[in-house]
Design a protein around this ligand. Structure first.
Ligand SMILES: NC(=O)c1ccc[n+]([C@@H]2O[C@H](COP(=O)([O-])OP(=O)(O)OC[C@H]3O[C@@H](n4cnc5c(N)ncnc54)[C@H](OP(=O)(O)O)[C@@H]3O)[C@@H](O)[C@H]2O)c1
Length: 235
């Protein structure tokens, strides 16, 4: 089994790459070569997903390595009132959070269709399910992944390919902590709104990715799965 995890230089992606080593050959990608190099796996590919030349090269790498499991994890967050969002920010967030996962999936399914097996797992966000004030761009890009997963799950169902989106709540990573710092709330106030009163840990997301990759999860497709310590249920 050949696996590619995007955004695997740190955070959730790093943990997914670690856990997925027990499933097959893991390839990782991100921008920071030093961090990629420091991880023991089958190979790495340096890529800025916002750069179209890099993106096309990564698509070719996916075709060359016959990727069976694609984990679209890389993502960027932006906290800004709508009227302050620039066209540049709009293009950047959509490119990294939505356009890249769609393009990479389009490259991966060639091999998956041939093998009548494949897994595409997108890491969305609870902000794409519930909406997050001042993070409209982020929320919109993550909601897009849910629609994309549903449509392609239908399109690819007869080929044994499943497509799902995992929507984490607050996860204890650099991005999770920085997005709290950007907000008007303290960490304590944020965690107090989480029913389980805690961060989700990266390993919890990784274990769900592993399960969705398994044969036992072949019936789960087109789903938007919230992994948020109860945040989406209410307070
Ligand atoms: N942490 C949370 O609370 C939380 C909650 C909900 C959803 N999520 C989602 O979970 C995913 C992982 O987040 P995380 O918390 O692990 O974030 P993180 O610690 O900031 O890691 C993000 C990863 O994405 C890569 N990345 C970012 N921009 C990139 C770009 N332009 N091109 C290529 N790679 C890029 C980073 O690598 P380089 O910097 O080396 O490029 C890094 O490996 C994201 O999609 C995020 O939206 C996180």
């Amino acid at each position: 089994m050949n696996i590619l995890v995007t955004g695997a230089s740190k955070g959730i992606g790093r943990e997914i790459a670690n856990v997925m080593k027990s499933v097959g050959n893991v390839y990782i990608t991100a921008r920071n070569e030093e961090l990629l190099k420091s991880f023991d796996c089958s190979g790495y590919f340096v890529c800025d997903l916002a750069n179209e030349v890099d993106l096309v090269k990564l698509g070719d790498f996916i075709k060359e390595k016959n990727i069976d499991i694609l984990v679209n994890n890389a993502g960027e967050y932006i906290y800004n009132p709508l009227e302050k969002i620039s066209l540049e920010q709009l293009n950047h967030i959509v490119a990294v959070n939505l356009k890249a996962p769609i393009y990479l999936a389009s490259c991966a399914i060639l091999n998956m269709k041939k093998n009548k097996f494949g897994r595409i797992i997108n890491i969305g966000s609870i902000s794409g399910v519930m909406g997050e004030a001042y993070a409209s761009l982020y929320s919109a890009s993550k909601s897009g992944l849910i629609g994309f997963s549903k449509a392609t799950a239908l399109e690819l169902a007869e080929y044994g390919i499943t497509v799902n989106t995992i929507n984490p709540g607050w996860v204890e990573t650099e991005l999770g902590k920085a997005s709290i710092e950007d907000s008007e709330f303290t960490e304590e106030e944020i965690l107090d709104c989480v029913p389980q009163k805690r961060y989700v840990q990266p390993c919890e997301v990784a274990e769900l990715v592993k399960y969705l990759s398994s044969d036992g999860a072949k019936g789960i497709t087109g789903q938007s799965i919230n992994l948020c310590a109860g945040l989406s249920v209410g307070i």
